[in-house]
Ligand binder design. Sequence first.
Ligand code: IMP
Length: 429
Amino acid sequence: MLDKSHSVLVGLQWGDEGKAKIIDYLGSEFDVVARFNGGANAGHTSRATVNGKELEFVFHLLPSGALHEGTHCALGNGMVIDPLALEKEVKSLESHGIEIRSRLHISSQAHLVLPHHKERDKKQESGRKGKSLGTTLRGIGPAYEDKIRRVGLRMEELCDSQKFQETLLEIEDFQLDRELLKKYVNFAEQYGAYIKDVSELLRSFHEKGQKILFEGAQASFLDIDQGTYPYVSSSNSVAGGACTGCGVGPGLIGDVIGVAKSYLTRVGAGPFPTELTNENASLENRQLGEQLRERGREYGATTGRPRRTGWLDLVMLRRALWVNGITTLALTKLDVLDHLPRIPVCVGYKLDGVESNRLPMGSEALNRVEPVYAYLQGWECCTEGISRFEDLPENAAKYIQFLEERIGVAIKIISTSPHRDHTIFRESM
Ligand code: IMP
């Protein structure tokens, strides 16, 4: 289906675009799925058929490929890993009869997330008073802080469990709580064997002619550099992060697959020009926003936290296509728009009286822009489950064509429900 070489897959908005479904759909094309950034995130939901039953798994650390039997799963050096969270995910898979250990590979250079990182995350968030970032409180930011300060602990420490115990004993949490210490040392004893040089491992897969998919967590506008700083996560979640986060050069990457939702959501704080659910929104907009939330099941996979919702923003999407160098675009959740008589799409911003189709500099300016909308006619009928472009209602096809004209990139994959088969793949695009 795709280019012969390795691929990267990233989210083009603020996360929760439905990346896991697209990976599931493309999964059989890849021998290895390697995650390159982030930690135990808000959770990505993946489905698998196990013994004839469809099951749903929420992963935080494991790449979505974990559900494809025989697909190798690598956790790259760009990640920060909470050992106990990883153990829980592995055990959850095993309890459903899915074997993972023989295909699990953890980078020796990935950093550890320890209890004091989570504590620091909580303290920093409460210290921000009215200006909190809305982090997931999983210690991700503080673990990256330690990495950059060059005081972090890396997975390589776990290869010698005796030495690891001594290292942990220098940390107050472990001096005070010997049960906790035991849990971490047990993890080192059991998982030490999976810790390796992931860059070299990927080289050996490459040399055997096997295909790698680099999976990005979070999304482009949560990227520490390219996102809506400071309302971002702490790693490079754009496609370039695959290279630094797994130890491979850019020349090895062919396709860059971007996933965007047909509307927008965001969790946590930060600018969101097309938001419908903010405090100042009109009653009508709030209702529209709540409809999107309900129809799209826009609640955190683990916390149940309601996501902020709004209209698709093509200024942001064009920017995301550029910073990632997208070659294949997937649009998800088209069916969520089925009920709308007209569909607003943001095609520009007005800032201080000047209209533009580019992002302004900085989050403060982005907070002040006024979206300029184009209004498209809705299709007001069910697209759920459609898997051929020709079967889309005329207005849905026109909506897709409108987006393509505005962004200058073909939409090759369209998802019309959470199920793997409910996907349109446009081979000729
Ligand atoms: P952190 O990664 O926990 O530091 O959170 C930083 C920002 O990224 C917050 O706005 C979070 O809500 C957001 N974020 C982190 N992980 C995810 C995710 O998996 N999906 C969507 N947003 C996320």
